[in-house]
Design a protein around this ligand. Structure first.
Ligand SMILES: Cc1ncc(COP(=O)(O)O)c(C=O)c1O
Length: 311
């Protein structure tokens, strides 16, 4: 990215009785290994955004996220490496001590600006953006999660790393930017399937279509989004999900986290076992990273799940 080197990442084949019985080949694209700090889909989503900021002569980047945001974590690290100042606009009230994500962002030099949940909902309005621009000297603004047409361009390049030996790509969805970028890159070939991390994410399909239109990509319609694997909503979890993550990690040696990739693999294995995919189907599942928050989220989730409450 711009001047940040990255490693080429493996497509790791999974072996299990479940997969053999269903006749499915499943490989995991290990984007979690792409860069130690700018990891997963973030590397691809930020690449052209930061390049555009540099070309515009911007010196400060401002973006938005929740207190555990992988995007904020990756952006803070990328900005530090590339010599940008950075502002993280964080949803909700400040909490001290800072959690590990925000502590890391601050240690990278990111200035944290908190917005109440009400104002945060208005973050992309002209009014709030003008206020932030005035306060921080006209920074280059990257939307929440980094999802825009420039993110799609970066994610679309990932397709070239996958070869041709597959029928379907599966990925986790938050804002839909990653799925939209993959759709753009495939240009009508293969099938794509998203797994929404949020509850009631019926709006996501429209967001994906809007992002494709913004990037002037045709929507070939070779994709759909599963809405049934949110486990209660964003950042919520259940004992089944946590047990699945622990078992998956032990069996395959690949770490997952409960916000995105845990839900993706749970849903995918459930669908494989239910016989949704014809025998012989070759699937690539995208490991989109997010491991920076894993340990805190897993221990918080275990505690919450034991006490019957959600994060
Ligand atoms: C680890 C991880 N996976 C997947 C996603 C979903 O990506 P998108 O927002 O592009 O749908 C995110 C979102 O930020 C993420 O942090």
């Amino acid at each position: 990215m711009v001047d940040i080197q990255h490693t080429s990442t493996p497509l790791q084949k999974l072996d299990s009785d479940q997969l053999s019985r269903a006749g499915i080949t499943l490989r995991v694209k290990r984007l979690d290994l792409v860069h130690p700090l700018v990891s997963g889909n973030k590397w691809y989503k930020l690449k052209y955004n930061l390049l555009a900021a540099k070309e515009e002569g911007a010196t400060t980047i401002l973006s938005f996220g929740g207190a555990y945001s992988n995007h904020i974590h990756a952006l803070a690290a990328a900005c530090q490496m590339l010599g940008f100042s950075s502002i993280g606009v964080i949803r909700g009230e400040p909490h001290t001590p800072l959690n590990a994500t925000l502590k890391f962002a601050q240690a990278c030099g990111m200035q944290l600006h908190y917005l109440s949940r009400t104002d945060y909902r208005l973050k992309h309005t002209h009014l709030i953006q003008q206020q932030l621009k005035a306060e921080y000297g006209n920074p280059y603004i990257v939307p929440e999660g980094g999802s825009n047409a420039l993110a799609l361009k970066g994610v679309a390049e990932l397709i070239a790393e996958l070869g041709d030996d597959y029928d379907r790509i599966c990925c986790a969805c938050g804002s839909g930017g990653t799925l939209a970028g993959l759709i753009a890159g495939l240009a009508g070939r293969k099938q794509l399937e998203g797994f929404a991390a949020l509850k009631g994410a019926g709006f996501l399909s429209i967001d994906v279509q809007r992002l494709l239109a913004e990037g002037a990509y045709v929507d070939p319609g070779n994709w759909h989004i599963n809405l049934d694997y949110h486990f209660g909503g964003f950042a919520k979890t259940t004992p089944q999900l946590l047990a699945f993550i622990q078992q998956f990690e032990a069996e395959h040696g690949i770490p997952l986290e409960p916000l995105y990739t845990g839900k993706l693999f749970y849903g995918l294995f459930e669908r494989i076992t239910a016989g949704v995919y014809p025998p012989g189907t070759r699937i690539i599942a995208l490991h989109s990273g997010g491991l920076q928050g894993r340990d805190t989220l897993m221990s918080k989730s275990c505690h919450s799940a034991r006490n019957g409450i959600h994060l």
